[in-house]
Every structure is written in C-alpha cells, then in structure tokens.
Design a binder for this molecule. Structure first.
Ligand code: GLC
Length: 455
C-alpha cells in the first residue's frame, strides 16, 4: 500500500515538474528574440518637441504652465514624419527593435483614441494616427515593435483621486496631478481610471499588436491599485508572446535600469535605457550629445553583462531627427555591422578578472570576444583559459593574430596567460574586437594561484 502511494506521489511530482519545466520553456523562448537583439531604439515623440521642454515633467514641476504646455498641440505637425525612413535608419544602426511613446504622462495619445479627445489626431495639425504606420514600417524592415505607455495620466480627471494605500495620508511627493487635494479616497473614480487605462491599451493592441510593452509611471500607486496582476493576465490573453518591461510592480519580464550604467549585470534579462544627449525628448538647447565612441563602449558594457541597450532619440516636432542624432546612429551602425559576430546571438561574457574590458561568448562557448576599448601599449592579455586555442582573429578583418601562452603551473592545472599582439594599423577607429576560437567549450581557471607546498 505504502509502495503504491509512493509510486503515485512520485508520478505526481514528475508530472508537476514536467509542467513546471514547460512553463519555464515557454517563458524562455518568449524572451529569446529580446535577449538576442542586444540593441533597441527608444523614441520619445510628442508635443513637448514643439517648445523643446521636458516631456510632461515641465508642467508637472511648474517650469511651464499647463496651458502653455498643452498649447504645443496647436503646432505639432508631424509634417515630415516618415516611419519607413525611421525603420530603415534604426535597422542601419543595428537595432532589432524600437519603442515609441504612444502616450507619455501628459496623457496625449499619438493614436486616434476613442476614449477622450486628448490626441494629436483630434487636437493637433498632425491630425492622424502615428503609431499604426510606425508598427507597420518596423515590421516591414523585420524589426520588433515596442510601445511605451504611461500607466499614470496627468490629464485624466479621475487619475488624482486616490491616495497611495500604503500611507493613507498626503504623501511627501504630493502634487496636484498625482494625488487629490482632500484626503478623501474616491475608489469609484479610481476604478474608472484603471478601466480607461486598460481600454486605451486595448485600442493600441488592436492597432499594433506590440511585441513588447514598455510601461512607465507606475510609482505613484501600488500593484493592487494598478491591478497589475490582472493587467498582465489580460495582455497575455491578447498575445501570449508579448514581452513586458519591469515597470509593472513585479509583474514584468525584464529589468529596466535607466541612465545609470550598471557595474555588475543583474541576473536574468535586462535593458539599460539611455539618452543620446541629456534629454528623452527633443530639446533645442540640448547639444550635449554622447560621442559615437562613448555609446559603443556603453553598448559593449551592456552586452558583456548580459543586457541590452535601448538608446533614446527625440525627433523634432515635424518627425525628423537632427543631424547630430543621425550621425550617431549611423556611426553606431558602422560599428555594429562590422562587429555583428561579437554582438548578436552571444551571451554575457567572462566574469571580471580574466580580461580588462568587456567580453561576450558565443552560444556554443567556443569563441570568446574581447572588446579592446583603447589602443594598447603592449600585447593584450587574457587570463585563466584552460582550453586549447584554435586561432585568434581580429573581427571585421581577415587577420589572424599572433598569440602565445606565458607562464602557468601545469602541475596545478593553472593555465598560462594568453598574450595577443594587435596590429596597430588594423585597429578599429572605435572599439576593436578580438575573437579567441577554442577547440572545446570554454573552461575557466578561477583559483587563487595555488600554494607552493603542492610543488
Ligand atoms: C523616466 C522619466 C520619463 C521617461 C522615462 C524613460 O521615467 O520620468 O520622462 O519617459 O524615464 O525611461
């Protein structure tokens, strides 16, 4: 009897773990394209480009009056908006996806929402849906479609109607656009707002069927108030393959550090979003652009630590990019094209200590890619590789590179240091990449050098 019960229990456990691994498999394959993509383009496009003020925040923080802010609607033309040209440019950059602000915190929709009048379609000379042609153009170029959407909406009459349930008091970050003036919770109106958010998302879903929802503005309420769990379920009913960023209070698929380049890559998928200058949207006075070289170095850092880079650009109100932005995108594109092998379809690289710079690894673990950030004074060195080296190459050229092992303690299984000579005249104008092809999948020595008494 006891034996039968044990057999039944084992069978149940087996089937449960099979179910579990099924779930894990589905989730992993859902994120596969994202993890292989490495580079995406973020686009903050909205009425804020007219005066070149910060997106939504400028009226929230009183830098400009609400009236002056929304007056920008009258001059938002999108007259040179050519999403097919955007898509071609993003593809040339080496990006595999893009994310467009369908609605920022100001509440202005870039599509023809039927739920209120606050859209560039009804209220601006642009007078047309901007997100459907964007999605179409990206797909025509084989790029994945990301949609940015702000949970909070500083224009909706029912948004500022509920205190944060955690405090039940006026929060320190009190602002009339976020919280009610009185202490009365109006949950009926809050529920109206959440239904409005969901209904707007449904409209976007039907127009674009996004591959990725990039949420923002979740910080003012808790996940219960936002009904995040239900929202996640709903989105996955619409399309089970959709990927959600982390601004879902624990119900997203990947982490989204912002502006601050991580020092240590987190576990699991992540994406750093970073502006090309200092602003998310277009600002006439912001000429503090990052150099192509700097962007490449940060990009190499991200992929080396298992993440993606989502590089942000802000089109002018007419829908075109400035020359400064185009130059950077194209400069990055020159480099990603030449070094594609070291970027796409690779995984995070070696742990710190083996090479002084970013690295990636081929999926079969038989090639290590070392990103040489500066022109070296001497040979570059890679430490701790146990494997036999097949050859060493300089990516983007036909060069194989002279290399040798120096030192090591074979009786302790400590490999010698690999030294690779780089031909100065063959180096890339930005970052050069050395590929080390191994006979067998990578094995690393991670020890402390051993003790002399073992000699
Ligand atoms: C921040 C900013 C917002 C911007 C976003 C992009 O949340 O507040 O304006 O759109 O970052 O990640």
């Amino acid at each position: 009897m006891k034996k039968i019960a044990t057999i039944i229990l084992c069978a149940m456990a087996l089937s449960l773990s099979a179910q579990h691994s099924e779930i894990v498999k589905v989730t992993t394959s859902k994120l596969q394209w994202f993890e292989d993509a490495k580079l995406g383009i973020f686009i903050h496009y909205g009425i804020y480009a007219v005066k070149g003020v910060s997106e939504s925040w400028s009226f929230y923080s009183g830098k400009i009056s609400k009236k002056d802010y929304f007056d920008q609607l009258n001059s938002f033309t999108a007259k040179n908006y050519r999403p097919d040209e955007w898509a071609k440019l993003f593809k040339e950059t080496g990006a595999k996806y893009a994310v467009l602000t369908s609605k920022h915190h100001d509440g202005v929709a870039l599509w023809d929402t039927k739920l209120n009048d606050l859209s560039v379609v009804k209220k601006s000379p642009a007078a047309r849906d901007l997100i459907t042609p964007y999605a179409q153009a990206l797909r025509n170029e084989g790029l994945k479609v990301g949609i940015y959407f702000s949970h909070l909406d500083w224009s909706h009459p029912d948004y500022a109607t509920v205190f944060n349930a955690n405090t039940k008091q006026r929060p320190a970050s009190y602002n009339i656009y976020d919280f009610p003036k009185s202490g009365v919770e109006d949950t009926v109106r809050w529920n109206n707002f959440v239904a409005f958010r969901n209904a707007q998302m449904k409209e976007i879903q039907e127009l674009t069927n996004p591959d990725l929802w990039w949420f923002d503005g979740d910080w003012t309420r808790n996940s219960k108030q936002w009904k995040m769990k239900e929202l996640r379920q709903e989105i996955l009913l619409w399309n089970p393959k959709t990927i959600l960023n982390s601004r879902m209070m624990g119900y997203g698929d990947y982490a989204t550090p912002e502006q601050g380049v991580p020092i240590v890559g987190q576990e699991g998928p992540w994406e750093l979003c970073m502006t090309i200058n200092d602003s998310w949207g277009f600002q006439h006075n912001d000429n503090n652009h990052k150099s192509v070289n700097y962007i490449i170095r940060i990009f190499a850092d991200c992929i080396s630590m298992g993440g993606n880079l989502l590089l942000d650009v802000g089109p002018m109100e007419d829908g075109t990019f400035t020359q400064a932005q185009i130059e950077r995108l194209k400069g990055l594109g020159r480099w990603t094209k030449k070094h594609a092998e070291a970027i796409y379809g690779t995984t995070r690289g070696l742990p710190f200590g083996h090479f002084y710079g970013p690295t990636t690894l081929s999926k079969d673990k038989k090639t290590i890619y070392c990103f040489v950030l500066d022109i070296p004074k001497d040979d570059v060195v890679i430490k701790g590789i146990q494997n036999k080296i097949k050859q060493v190459r300089l990516i983007g050229t036909n060069e194989t590179l002279a290399n040798k092992r120096v030192g090591g303690a074979s009786w302790l299984n400590i490999p010698g240091v690999l030294q690779v000579s780089l031909p100065a005249d063959k180096l890339d104008e930005n970052v050069s990449v050395v590929a080390i092809d191994l006979e067998t999948p990578l094995e690393l020595y991670r020890g402390n050098g051993g003790a002399i008494q073992n000699n």
